[in-house]
Write a protein that binds this ligand. Structure first.
Ligand code: MSP
Length: 521
């Protein structure tokens, strides 16, 4: 049966992981976890983009072979995934033999079909972007940072007939308005297609660059890195083999907004169409993390690795929570120490962490460690019950639409409600009135419904906080459900033994001041 198949971009092997890579992987992993909890069979692919000039140059600077550099970088990126509890099914490297074999097969097929031709071309070449550029790539009359100053180059190369398919692509996009998510990005693609597109130069002469996959029909050339890289999405799941149908068409390619046009929204659909392969179901283009003051966080700015320190300082789950709570999927987001601390302290340390430890302590102290059975319900209890009941489908819906920030907002607003419920009832007062049957009933009902609420919160947090969610359930004596389809609105938590544990989210001591923080990015 076809699985829900999701990919991330494959990262360039010429640098260290930074918050952008971390975010994309956490977003993809969270989507996969929600789908698994919805009962779907899933497949999650990520990997490393190892060829091209930049990798060759970096290796040269470090006086090692490109292959040795890639080996090192692959370990770094895999370690990042482990640190972030990103649980991929497969990690593809473009130097894998399985990948290279498919690239050669694709090239030969397109060449035999007359889709690739040889020609001499004179144009502006950007070493930084590793492609021929056009005047239209200028922004406000200047070459953008990712292109740099291009040089004029005259070269014989191989070209893929991209322009031939422009009309087809426009038609396809018009017929499939939800191909690119969010919708405003699809408009940008169509905007780009208003001007004629050039054929794509898919080769690099070995005299200039040897670090790549040799063209099967001309050993003097290697394959252009983007043409090679995009093919990972099919090479990793057995293009040409019977099992390919278990994965393809891919459900979502999760990518950053910078690589939507032209690579994923123009080259890739046309490559697939020319090969007679069905198109991806969707491209999900996320925004960028920006540093304080709107500065771009990228390798070239040299400040990129630092946000990842927060993973080690405050835990993977807190970091994942921050990324998904602060960023509206598809839009840009800001990372700063103040923002992180404010979110962490308010939502995690004060609201959720305190609620859990208070609850477990109260059950321990007033009920001998066992969650009591509810007694009579008053309107206050019914309100909580009703909010919990509404929360489940509502959060699932937000998650389905990748609105993780909105799902989390609802969860934490419910956590606030639970805290107010406990405050209002004040079980510590009720516990003093042991001879008053109303007080005893109220105490039991309150602790029961608070525990029920926490159970639902913990379940709904699982995709975003894969360690803390189950940990909270464990403290309530609950086994996490296999699928949310079996998530009961009410359980018989009564009688469960609670387990006290360490503070989930120790408060970060921090006074906000206008100066740069001590752990700046
Ligand atoms: N190798 C190409 C992708 C090939 S996919 C067939 C590439 N690599 S990358 O390492 O530069 O970027 C990997 C992903 O990280 C991209 O989707 C990119 O958008 C994302 N990010 C890089 N910096 C980012 C931020 N500051 N914020 C969010 N994501 C950004 O492009």
């Amino acid at each position: 049966m076809k699985k829900f198949y999701l990919t991330t971009a494959i990262d360039y092997a010429n640098g260290s992981p930074h918050i952008g890579h971390a975010y994309e992987k956490v977003l993809a992993d969270t989507i996969i976890r929600t789908r698994r909890l919805e009962g779907e069979e899933c497949y999650f692919l990520t990997g490393l983009d190892e060829h091209g000039q930049k990798v060759a140059e970096t290796a040269q600077r470090q006086s090692i072979t490109p292959q040795a550099l890639c080996g090192r970088v692959a370990e770094n990126f895999k370690a990042l995934c482990a640190r972030l509890t990103v649980d991929y099914d497969d990690y593809v490297r473009t130097t894998d033999e399985r990948h290279k074999a498919v690239v050669r097969k694709v090239l030969q097929k397109l060449y035999d079909g007359g889709e690739i031709y040889r020609a001499e071309y004179t144009g502006l070449y950007s070493t930084r972007a590793e492609r021929f550029v056009q005047q239209r790539d200028k922004i406000d009359g200047r070459w953008p940072e990712d292109i740099g100053e291009p040089v004029e180059l005259k070269e014989t190369n191989y070209f893929f007939r991209l322009s031939h398919y422009q009309g087809w692509l426009v038609d396809f996009l018009n017929k499939n308005p939800d191909f690119v998510v969010p919708a405003f990005r699809q408009k940008q693609v169509l905007e780009f297609l208003k001007e004629p597109i050039n054929d794509l130069c898919i080769s690099r002469p070995k005299s200039r660059l040897s670090w790549g996959i040799e063209l099967p029909f001309d050993s003097d050339y290697v394959t252009y890195v983007w043409f090679d890289a995009l093919i990972n999405y099919i090479s990793a799941v057995g293009y040409g083999e019977e099992r390919f149908g278990d994965y393809w068409p891919v459900d979502f390619h999760v990518i950053g907004k910078d690589i939507l046009v032209p690579a994923h929204a123009i080259y890739w659909p046309i490559m697939l169409h020319a090969l007679g392969i069905s198109l991806p179901r969707h491209l999900l283009a996320h925004g960028w993390w920006l540093a304080r003051g709107g500065e771009k966080i990228s390798k070239s700015l040299g400040n990129a690795a630092q946000p990842l320190d927060y993973v080690d300082l405050y835990g993977a789950d807190a970091f994942r929570f921050f990324l998904l709570r602060e960023m509206v999927t598809g839009q840009d987001g800001n990372f700063s120490h103040d923002l992180f601390v404010a979110r962490y302290n308010a939502d995690l340390a004060n609201d959720l962490g305190n609620l859990v430890s208070r609850l477990v302590n109260m059950v321990g102290r007033y009920c001998l460690g066992k969650i009591p059975a509810p007694a009579s319900e008053e309107s206050l209890d019914q309100e909580i019950k009703e909010s919990a009941r509404r929360l489940i489908p509502s959060v699932r819906m937000e998650y389905e639409n990748f609105a993780f920030h909105a799902g989390l907002e609802q969860i934490f607003s419910f956590v606030g409600q639970l805290n107010r419920y406990v405050e209002t009832r004040a079980p510590w007062q009720l516990a003093k009135r042991k001879d008053d049957p109303v007080a005893v009933d109220n105490l039991n009902t309150t602790l029961f419904f608070a525990a029920e609420g926490v159970r639902i919160v913990a379940e709904l947090l699982r995709p975003i906080m894969p360690e803390i969610g189950p940990e909270i359930l464990y403290r309530l004596g609950v086994t996490p459900v296999d699928t949310w389809k079996n998530l009961p609105q009410e359980t018989s938590l009564a009688g469960n033994e609670v387990l006290p544990g360490e503070i989930l989210f120790p408060k970060i001591e921090w006074e906000e001041h206008g100066e740069m923080p001590s752990v700046p990015i």
